[in-house]
Ligand binder design. Sequence first.
Ligand code: FES
Length: 229
Amino acid sequence: MPQTLNDTAGWAPLALASDIMTATSAGTVWNGDEIVIWRDSAGRVHAWEDRCPHRGMKLSFGFVRGDRIACLYHGWEYDSAAACRYIPAHPELDVPATIRVARYKAVEALGMIWVAPLDQPGPAPVDQTQVNALRSLQVDAPLARLTQVFVTHGLPGLGLVRDVVADGAVIRLTQGAVRLVAGLHPVDDATSMLHIAVEGACTQQALAALVPATAALRRLAETGVAGAA
Ligand code: FES
């Protein structure tokens, strides 16, 4: 039996953990808020507002150096506590402590990176179940629509959907011999993100064979038709 996430209220799965490799960053949007998720060279994940305090460049375009992320535009560097530590144009400057990026909480559970506002009370999601990342995809459909389509059809063409369990922002279901787990979050009122993984043993070949079905799921949610666009 899979574990149950202990509590996901206020948290959202914003990325597949394996998609944010060590010393890389990626941007996403959660309910209209732009967020950079990055992993430092020690493997720790961070989620911040995706905006440099200097001139507003997206930090997701920047470069991770050790435990800092450097902005692409003028190279300001921010440490893992989101404080600016170095300004290349003024290398001798003791940078004021007020220059900081707004942070979120970030944890890894169920093979995904979960994010919550910094003042979110209560525990973080915990689930060490090993999963095989399949893919993340953006869908031009509201979250409720995407959720309903996924619960009803799973991945189109794989057969009967059974054992559906909705656990906060995560849906687990079984189709044939495949146990799917999906984390969902809204981008905005009209767009959603789906992060799909497979539980249990699964070869890379078997994962690759599922990719066309994820595209069919997106078409089904967006157009009502699962066939070729
Ligand atoms: S906009 Fe980021 S360093 Fe200037």
